[in-house]
Design a protein around this ligand. Structure first.
Ligand SMILES: C[S@@+](CC[C@H](N)C(=O)[O-])C[C@H]1O[C@@H](n2cnc3c(N)ncnc32)[C@H](O)[C@@H]1O
Length: 437
């Protein structure tokens, strides 16, 4: 009996240690190789929880490790630094026995072939348990640790949103809700909520988009009633506000100029009937996902792999264009906390130049009298407001149309939604009409 108990404890420890190793590998891919967390994670949901948690609390955890180690770890030992950070994250946030997390982190040093670090990891984590309060008090004067954002981003967010900055930082560090877009061609939102309730899934209605439903807890999509036949899609409520802004009427030709993976293309097709939609993206692999989504939702559109900068549609200009192009993704940090480490301040000006160039090209494909929606999942004015202002000052035929809605913050050229805990991602929307020159 004793042997069996010891065996089962040992195998639990190995399983838990493997979760820390998987999280560690994904974290190293982000910090040392500049890769995205999503693309690097291979482990189970616990490894995912640890890796996401460490990135959400990265700056605070770095501060704590620096406080606890007598000599900073060298760059070749980032794995050990991240392991200690994972241990501290587990102590602070995981609802699991602390000693098991500490033991798993200590044993993970062996798997990482750094046995010398066993004593260090053990010592630092146990010291953290004793000094936690003292460290937290000391941290309050360090802006990066308090907000868990890099200084350059703190400065940009505080200067754009002095009153909302604190709540933006908080929202960015909390796991976002799972939000669905109901395909109202198949059933009403209320009917779908009822189907969810029948399936034992608790949900509530979105406040701003008439198609949005928030789940109380995330579930696998195959557990969602009629997901396979296109009843719903997973899409944040902020994204669901784009298609209704497009004012498309039957017979119109529409271009989604940066379409993949197709969330907004599909929503446009669900919202407006008898239209022709071209979904363009330069990324072939991502465009495959547009095709899959369109097929699942039983919709239809033309997909084209091409760079918008060189795209020449045959004899065709468009009545409506959506430009939902590349951006810093500063509005969706809560979904992609790696953005806080992967982006640099200098990226913003480069992105703004790319956005302005794409906007100029998209504009050339718009019919006179046509309308273009420019949207990004960034909340930084340089990628939004300033791009539209620069574009309008160079193009007298471009006129911004006010977006008159109950939601968001109006700005001179568009509207922002800021990331909010339990609610929407951060987003920017602008609407431009092409007048006769
Ligand atoms: C924010 S994502 C678009 C999300 C999409 N609108 C949706 O709702 O699912 C930006 C997309 O722009 C594409 N992109 C970036 N530069 C492009 C270019 N020069 N031409 C075409 N597509 C581009 C990227 O491949 C990426 O898929």
């Amino acid at each position: 009996m004793l042997v069996l108990t010891l065996f089962s404890q040992a195998s639990c420890l190995v399983n838990l240690m493997n979760e820390y190793i998987s999280a560690n590998q994904a974290l190293i891919a982000v910090t040392d190789q500049g890769r995205s967390l999503d693309g690097s994670l291979t482990g189970s949901s616990l490894a995912r929880q640890i890796a996401f948690g460490v990135l959400r609390h990265y700056f605070e955890l770095s501060f704590k490790v620096d406080y606890l180690v007598s000599k900073p770890l060298s760059e070749k030992h980032t794995d050990i630094q991240l392991l200690i950070m994972s241990g501290i994250y587990s102590i602070d946030h995981l609802n699991r026995p602390v000693h098991a997390s500490v033991n798993a982190c200590v044993e993970a040093t062996v798997e990482l072939q750094k046995v010398w670090a066993k004593k260090l990891v053990n010592g630092v984590l146990r010291s953290y348990l004793r000094k936690k309060e003292e460290i937290c008090n000391d941290m309050t004067s360090d802006a990066e640790s308090v907000t868990n954002h890099p200084q350059w981003l703190i400065s940009r967010i505080e200067s754009a949103y002095p009153e909302q900055a604190k709540t933006i930082f908080e929202a960015n560090n909390i796991q976002p809700p799972m939000t669905l877009r109901v395909n109202v061609n198949q059933q009403s939102r209320d009917d779908y909520i009822a189907s969810l309730a029948d399936a034992g899934i608790e949900a509530s209605l979105g406040e701003h988009a008439p198609t949005a439903i928030y789940l109380s807890r995330p579930v696998a999509v195959d557990k969602l009633p009629n997901f396979d036949t296109g009843a719903v899609s997973v899409q944040d409520e902020a994204s669901q506000l784009v298609a209704p802004l497009m004012d498309i009427t039957p017979g119109m030709e529409v271009l989604d100029a940066c379409a993949a993976p197709g969330g907004k293309s599909c929503h446009i097709l669900e919202t407006y009937t008898d239209i022709t939609l071209v979904a363009l993206d330069k990324d072939k692999r991502r465009l495959e996902r547009v095709k899959e989504n369109v097929a699942r939702l039983q919709l239809d559109c033309q997909t084209i792999v091409d760079d918008l900068n060189t795209f020449e549609p045959p004899n065709q200009l468009f009545d409506r264009i959506l430009l939902d192009g590349p951006c810093s993704a500063s509005g969706i940090i809560r979904r992609h906390p790696d953005i806080k480490l992967l982006r640099r301040d200098t990226d913003i000006a480069k992105l703004a130049a790319t956005q302005l160039k794409l906007l100029a090209k998209a504009w050339s494909l718009l019919k006179e009298g046509g309308e273009l929606i420019y949207s990004t999942c960034s909340i930084l004015p340089d990628e939004n407001e300033m791009v539209i202002a620069a574009f309008c000052s160079e193009n007298p035929d471009a006129k911004t149309i006010a977006i008159d809605t109950q939601w968001g913050l109006a700005s001179p050229h568009g509207r922002y939604l800021l990331p909010a805990t339990g609610s929407t991602d951060g987003f920017f929307y602008a609407k431009l009409k092409k007048q006769s020159a």
